[in-house]
Design a protein around this ligand. Structure first.
Ligand code: AVJ
Length: 329
């Protein structure tokens, strides 16, 4: 039996209303009528896309996931010691294995008090809430159902020094301006004594980066092409998926990799739900993702612009990936 007062507690608050989400339809109308056709990367992640992404994380060429995990495992105790964190705020609660490394370290240090998962899916928030209260019996869970790009203002006030991981290199999906805006909004939720733990892929030999986004097994190609299936299914489009090919290239000037889909012949596509007709010229491309790679200097510059100061930069022996700890300046 758990001693009185030591039971974990769970509360979940929802801030998503109907029609609150900017829809796939809006993004298609906006993005596919531009001279350089473009779609935001979030539409890559339907059920099939999420499965394919999990497969990508295991690929020999995709060094990010295992490298970040290694960095976290190596430094979790130091991070917890350095931050005195008593609560962990998790933005997009998909990455349970990495979270567990940090929660375990906090638990081991005896400081773990509260876990605040934030996710657009109520099912996900309830699932992680339940799982973690079972694993850490005295844990308080304050779940937030909302979009971390819009509802960070609804987080509870810190219960003590707060740790906010934003891992996986997802920050790289933001173009530079919105990246700084988003970092600034993260800085706000840290409170006076909180820390941001940010995972960023590092600039390196373009061939290594490009291989990670164009693997020999073709999994990333399937992941990229899958977004056309999403458009066909969700919006009644008639993309001929076989008439597109996967493209990934590192743009050295912008220091980001782009994924694109290239038409292998001229095509006319109809999007029924939008009553929209789209033409592709032969070899015309549709950009589906940018993923920025960082130098330590750029990272520090972005953090500083967001009102943050770098406390510690953890990396792997080959300096492939970095996990940075920063706090309000
Ligand atoms: C989940 C955004 C970090 O950019 O590396 C993997 C997504 N795209 N392979 C990344 C992705 C192609 C990934 N992030």
């Amino acid at each position: 039996m758990v001693a009185p007062g030591l039971e974990g507690t769970v509360e979940v608050h929802s801030y998503l209303g109907p029609g609150d989400e900017r829809s796939l339809a809006d993004d298609v109308l906006d993005g596919l009528t531009r001279p350089l056709k473009e779609l935001p990367p979030k539409h890559l992640y339907d059920a099939r896309g999420s499965e394919l992404f999990d497969d990508i994380c295991e690929l020999p060429e995709y060094y990010q996931t295992r490298t970040e995990r290694l960095i976290l495992e190596t430094n979790a105790d130091a991070i917890v010691k350095r931050t005195s964190a008593v609560e962990l705020v998790e933005l997009g609660s998909g990455s349970a294995t990495k979270t567990r490394v940090l929660l375990d370290a906090m638990d081991f240090a005896g400081t773990l008090r509260r876990y605040v998962p934030v996710d657009v899916s109520a099912t996900t928030v309830h699932a992680v809430a339940e799982r973690f209260t079972e694993e850490y019996p005295a844990l308080q869970v304050h779940g937030v159902v909302g979009d971390f790009e819009r509802h960070l203002g609804n987080l509870p006030a810190p219960a003590g020094p707060r740790l906010v991981p934003f891992l996986g290199g997802t920050i790289g999906n933001f173009p530079p301006g919105s990246r700084r805006r988003f970092l600034r909004s993260l800085a706000k939720v840290l409170g006076p004594d909180g820390h941001l733990l940010l995972g960023t892929d590092l600039v390196k030999d373009p061939l290594v980066i490009e291989a990670a986004y164009d693997d020999s097994a073709g999994v990333t190609a399937q992941f990229n092409l899958n977004v056309l299936h999403v458009l066909n299914r969700e919006l009644g489009a008639n993309f001929d998926v076989d008439a597109f090919e996967h493209v990934a290239f590192f743009d050295r000037e912008r220091e980001w990799i782009e994924m694109r889909l290239r038409a292998t012949k001229p095509q006319h596509v109809r999007v029924e739900a939008l009553d929209l007709e789209i033409d592709f010229a032969n070899r015309e491309e549709l950009r589906t993702e940018i993923s920025a790679k960082f130098t330590p200097e750029r990272l520090e510059g972005d953090l500083r612009a967001a009102g943050l100061e770098l406390v510690e930069l953890y990396t792997d022996p080959q300096e492939l990936f970095a996990v940075s700890l920063s706090r309000r300046a």
